[in-house]
Design a protein around this ligand. Structure first.
Ligand SMILES: [Cu+2]
Length: 121
């Protein structure tokens, strides 16, 4: 009986360790419109410790990341992104952060982009 509990506990630990993926892939919506936004968004994401890869797609507004879940999580990345002025679905940039983006990047006023493939909100 004791060994059963022990082996079950071991399995549980193994499952928890497995859930902490060190190369976790994720995509989420980040608002922006041009190549400058792309650079800013990717730089902000990559500056988060544990983020290994970041690629923001201009027409779809999707940010793809690969991160080490033991070091970071989606919320931390989103926080870094809103801090440089870009809205995500869950978190919005402060007006102060938004005002710091380049005038050509004012995606809230003019949501057109280089690709013309995304829907206007
Ligand atoms: Cu821009």
């Amino acid at each position: 009986m004791k060994t059963t509990i022990l082996s079950m506990a071991m399995m549980l630990i193994a499952v928890v360790a497995y859930a902490q993926d060190k190369n976790k892939k994720m995509t989420f919506d980040v608002n922006g419109k041009c190549a400058m936004c792309k650079e800013r968004i990717e730089e902000a994401a990559l500056n988060v410790k544990g983020v290994k890869y970041a690629n923001w797609d201009i027409p779809t507004h999707q940010l793809a990341v690969i991160m080490d879940e033991r070091k970071t999580d989606a919320m931390k990345i989103k926080t870094a992104i809103v801090n440089v002025g870009h809205d995500t679905k869950e978190l919005k940039a402060t007006d102060e952060a938004y005002n710091n983006v380049h005038p050509c990047c004012k995606y809230r006023e003019d949501n057109s982009d280089d690709g013309n493939h995304h829907e206007n909100k």
